[in-house]
Design a protein around this ligand. Structure first.
Ligand SMILES: [Zn+2]
Length: 191
């Protein structure tokens, strides 16, 4: 097998328990991806609660999966529930200018709690916009298609490790990843 550390946009499907380190890594990836997927569903379905005093987002009302609360999230909605447009702009730029966020896609971005949950708040307080068109579109697609995992880019596919879960249900698009990488490099040169 080729060196995994050099892999790019890669879905490794021949990982078996006999190749135990890769297999374990694949299991770990699958667990993290699944949890992120359910955070995404809970966000879209508004199945979360806020404990602003403890800066925590909770998921007692989300029944499909037991989600641990997310701590360290400072939510700052305006009285009408929206997030200040300037803050949204900063968050969007932060996601777009960060390669880790670009290659990992939405499932990776969910890990950036403060930015992500403030954008989700904005989504539910406005005419369904997180501030990022691509995400609004994905949310609408997921709602219309029973939250199909196949519509969501795999978080590991474009990362250095590649996706090591042979049964990974998320989407793996070589061409899209290549374009995204090229676009990111161009954007960076322009700045
Ligand atoms: Zn995958």
């Amino acid at each position: 097998m080729a060196s995994v550390s050099l892999a790019r946009s890669r879905h490794v499907t021949d990982v078996s328990p006999r190749k135990s380190d890769l297999w374990k890594e694949g299991r770990k990836q699958a667990t993290i991806s699944l949890e992120r997927y359910h955070y995404l569903c809970a966000a879209i379905q508004h199945a979360y609660g806020r404990d602003d005093y403890n800066k925590t987002v909770e998921f007692d009302t989300y029944m499909a999966y037991k989600l641990p609360p997310v701590g360290g999230v400072k939510l700052h909605p305006l009285p009408n529930g929206t997030i200040h447009p300037e803050d949204i702009k900063i968050y969007v730029e932060r996601f777009e200018n960060n390669w880790r966020c670009r290659e990992g896609g939405i499932l990776y971005c969910i890990g950036e709690g403060r930015e992500w949950w403030n954008m989700v708040l904005n989504y539910h307080a406005t005419d369904s916009t997180t501030g990022r068109e691509g995400w609004d579109l994905l949310f609408a697609l997921l709602k219309a298609n029973g939250y199909s995992k196949g519509l969501i880019p795999c978080m590991y596919f474009a990362q250095v490790s590649g996706c090591l879960d042979p049964q990974c249900p998320f989407s793996h698009h070589e061409e899209e990843c290549r374009k995204e990488r090229q676009k990111f490099l161009w954007d960076r040169r322009r700045r």
